[in-house]
Design a binder for this molecule. Structure first.
Ligand code: AMP
Length: 193
């Protein structure tokens, strides 16, 4: 399905397990937005055994962030390579204030400014439960309980401050993301149209 005329450059923001990947994928399939997800890109690099994948592995397994310069270079190349006329949805980037600064600079250069930051709100207890389920389903080693705590801590310490930084420059809306993927998608479409 395609062609609702949605033209947006947006960030889906939220902790691990809040459903960013699911919602970004629905926006890609249904509305043609380019889904840009560094986590997926890094997992592809690891599967392909590239140098970048090998380098990122230890950080990912420990639930830590891969260094900014590596991620920023990867995202810049990705955004330069593929430009969907409908716009893009960033899923899992930026995750530090440094990345957010670099993002704003590169988007200004490309004349593709951000329209909106959408925060997916899910209480912490639900996240732990969701990630526990995903660990069994997708066999993601960083969804193991030992690593989940670390990823949530990184989110609070390094990623949440990004919201304050971007909030001074771009509109931010929060949506309840505790319901089903379809209901969250409907609420998301309401803020995008
Ligand atoms: P995700 O699939 O988005 O949860 O990402 C999985 C892992 O990839 C993270 O725990 C980090 O190790 C790494 N990663 C993904 N996105 C970023 C980013 N923007 N900055 C640094 N590391 C990242």
């Amino acid at each position: 399905m395609e062609g609702t005329g949605l033209r947006r450059n947006l960030i889906l923001f939220g902790p691990p397990g809040s459903g960013k990947g699911t919602q970004a994928e629905l926006l890609r399939q249904r509305h043609g937005l380019d889904h840009v997800a560094p986590g997926d890109m890094l997992r592809e690099h690891r599967a392909a055994g590239t140098e970048l994948g090998r380098m990122a592995s230890s950080y990912m397994e420990a639930g830590k962030l891969v260094p900014d310069e590596v991620i920023v270079r990867m995202i810049r190349e990705r955004l330069e390579a593929g430009s969907s006329p409908g716009g893009f949805v960033l899923d899992g980037f930026p995750r530090t204030v440094g990345q957010a600064r670099e993002l704003q600079a590169m988007l200004a250069e490309m004349e593709r400014p951000l329209d909106l930051v959408v925060v997916l709100d899910v209480p912490e207890a639900d996240l732990v439960e969701r990630l526990g389920k995903r660990a069994g389903l997708e066999q993601r080693e960083d969804d193991r309980p030992e690593v989940v705590g670390q990823r949530l801590a990184v989110y609070h310490e390094q990623t949440e401050p990004v919201l304050q930084y971007l909030g001074d420059q771009v509109p931010v809306v929060r949506i309840d993301a505790t319901t089903s993927a379809e209901v969250v998608n409907q609420n998301l479409m309401r803020v995008l149209i």
